[in-house]
Ligand binder design. Structure first.
Ligand code: HXC
Length: 291
């Protein structure tokens, strides 16, 4: 779809780039010639991903273990990037946290666990990068990975829906405020593109049959469809495209609106089982954290 070397000369940070959608976007950017930084909470997972990606396609991927909920640690990471590789040219806000739960059962901590990663953490990274771009008179491009819930809302994932809706508005607001500096911000709202992190917390023990059946195209997303949009938005040649959130979901959200309405039929016992499955995944991930 793209010419070789489309992203040559680009230096891009992908948050949460060691797993899931972030790693898939990293693979595409690397294939197109970009140099990358990936960050996340699990250093060994990042290092393994960097090794796998560069072994497969060459290029350079540097890693930094960080919890984006910590604004000071985020600023230190971005300073390290500037010191070691010069200014970034692009940022992909991909890191996220989420789980399904009846909102009545959320504790303040449960709300904060998601909102502090998605809403606050994404702002910290965007701010740390953006203010350096402005201070150094560098252009830059930000892509945030959102979800179609920014338009529809979504039951049972309210902290995520609220936080991602905030980032949708950040995208629009900063596109205007930072346009004069040559900084553009866009967002991608993917439909279901199965990854381990999302599947284990949003469909524990389940599958994607409902999504396939309800989608106008009768299928879920294919990873190259997301990768290609992320590459297009990061490439030179569409600089006037800014402030947009683009859905890539086979018109699923237009057809059916919010996700997870089918969870209305779950019983308390079902929810207890879901919570245990989600907890097992959270415990597994936490065991690997180094930041
Ligand atoms: C209710 C829950 C819960 C659950 C956790 N909590 N799981 N509450 N139901 N199933 C509560 C805990 O009880 C605790 O509150 C609080 O949340 C913090 O829990 P921890 O496990 O200590 O949090 P932490 O280790 O910081 O983990 C953060 C996380 C976790 C967000 C909970 O899921 C995570 O790290 N996720 C990262 C990966 C991820 O989620 N990927 C999917 C992204 S999908 P108390 O009060 O007990 O202390 C996405 C959108 C996809 O973003 C869209 C697809 C279409």
């Amino acid at each position: 779809m793209f010419k070789d070397g489309l992203l040559r000369g680009k230096n891009i940070l992908i948050t949460g780039g060691g797993t899931g959608l972030g790693k898939e976007i990293a693979a595409k950017y690397l294939e197109l010639g970009a140099e990358l930084w990936i960050c996340g909470r699990r250093g060994p997972v990042l290092d393994a991903a960097a090794k796998e990606l560069t072994t497969r396609q060459g290029g350079r991927v540097r890693t930094h273990a960080v919890d984006i909920r910590d604004a000071q640690a985020v600023d230190a990471m971005v300073q390290r990037i500037w010191d070691e590789s010069g200014p970034l040219t692009g940022l992909v806000n991909n890191a996220a946290g989420n789980f399904i739960s009846p909102t009545k059962d959320l504790s303040p901590n449960g709300f904060n666990a998601v909102a502090n990663i998605v809403f606050h953490g994404t702002f910290y990274v965007t701010h740390a990068v953006g203010r350096r771009w402005i201070a150094g008179s560098h252009k830059g491009s930000v892509i945030s990975i959102l979800v179609t819930w920014v338009w529809t809302g979504s039951p049972y994932v309210v902290p995520s829906a609220m936080s991602k809706a905030g980032l949708h508005i950040m995208t629009k607001s900063l596109a205007v405020e930072w346009g004069k500096y040559g900084i553009r911000l866009n967002a991608i709202a993917p439909g279901p593109f199965p990854t381990e992190g999302a599947s284990k917390r949003l469909r524990p023990g389940g599958d994607y049959e409902d999504s396939i059946h309800l989608n106008p195209m009768r299928r879920i997303g294919q990873m190259p469809e997301l990768q290609n949009l992320a590459a297009f938005l990061m490439a030179d040649g569409c600089e006037w495209l800014t402030g947009e959130t683009i859905a890539v979901d086979g018109a699923g959200s237009l057809a059916t609106g919010a996700y997870f309405t089918e969870l209305d039929k779950l019983t308390d016992a079902d929810w207890q089982r879901m919570r245990a499955l989600i907890k097992a995944q959270n415990d597994k991930d936490r065991a690997g954290r180094t930041a």
